[in-house]
Design a protein around this ligand. Structure first.
Ligand code: SAM
Length: 204
């Protein structure tokens, strides 16, 4: 199957002022997990293969990376995957009805290490407000970063919110879950000597 055929099957589009109908898109009412910034797709592709009763929507800003993921998808295995090319920010709530997702994953968001670039970071309070709205009650938001300073800022932000509760007393763990999937970025950073912080927040 060539890339354009795969595009027709797996890729969805958004329109302004038009909320996506996830039941129609996936053709069932199974829970939907969202991954934001899915990169080369190691996580979404493996997760979807192992969890056929869950739907997975991956959003990625870069077309080249969407194409890389498309190449890894197999129509016989990954009927539960859809991809969306989008520059995500707090306006994500314009595209999805409230309480759409059972889980949201943000795995190694771009760290923007220089202070003057911190404003470009994805995880800001307004963005967390938006994620709160599109998560289902008791829905889980999982974040991983190898960048210590960004990690600490994320933990600080969530410590000051009453709408999410952390699974971990310290706000993070360095021990990955049993079903952990190592992404391209995590592998690279571990080889450079960095260890990720894993965060897990439940909507309350
Ligand atoms: C550091 S990489 C991590 C990729 C992957 N999650 C991994 O762990 O290998 C960050 C990814 O997020 C994507 N990204 C950054 N900002 C984004 C945005 N605003 N909306 C969607 N994707 C974004 C980048 O293109 C890149 O693929």
């Amino acid at each position: 199957m060539d890339i354009d055929e795969k595009r027709n099957i797996f890729e969805i589009q958004v329109e302004l002022n038009f909320k996506l109908d996830l039941v129609k898109i996936f053709g069932n009412r199974n829970p939907v997990h969202l991954e934001i910034g899915c990169g080369r797709g190691e996580f979404i592709v493996q997760k979807a293969s192992g969890n056929p009763e869950t739907n997975f929507l991956g959003i990625e800003i870069k077309e080249k990376r969407i194409k890389t993921i498309l190449r890894k998808l197999d129509i016989k295995v990954h009927r539960n995957v859809r991809l969306l090319q989008l520059n995500v920010d707090e306006k994500i709530i314009e595209f999805f009805p409230e309480e759409s997702f059972r889980m949201i994953y943000i795995i190694h968001p771009d760290p923007w290490p220089k202070k003057k670039h911190h404003k470009n970071r994805l995880i800001q309070n307004t963005f967390i407000d938006a994620l709160y709205k599109i998560l289902q009650p008791d829905g889980i938001l999982k974040i991983a970063t190898d960048h210590e300073e960004y990690g600490k800022r994320i933990i600080y932000k969530f410590n000051n919110r009453k709408d999410f509760i952390s699974k971990y007393n310290e706000g993070f763990t360095k021990n990955p879950d049993k079903d952990h999937i190592e992404t391209h970025f995590e592998k690279k950073k571990r080889e450079e000597g960095f260890e990720p912080f894993f965060m897990n927040y439940r909507k309350i």
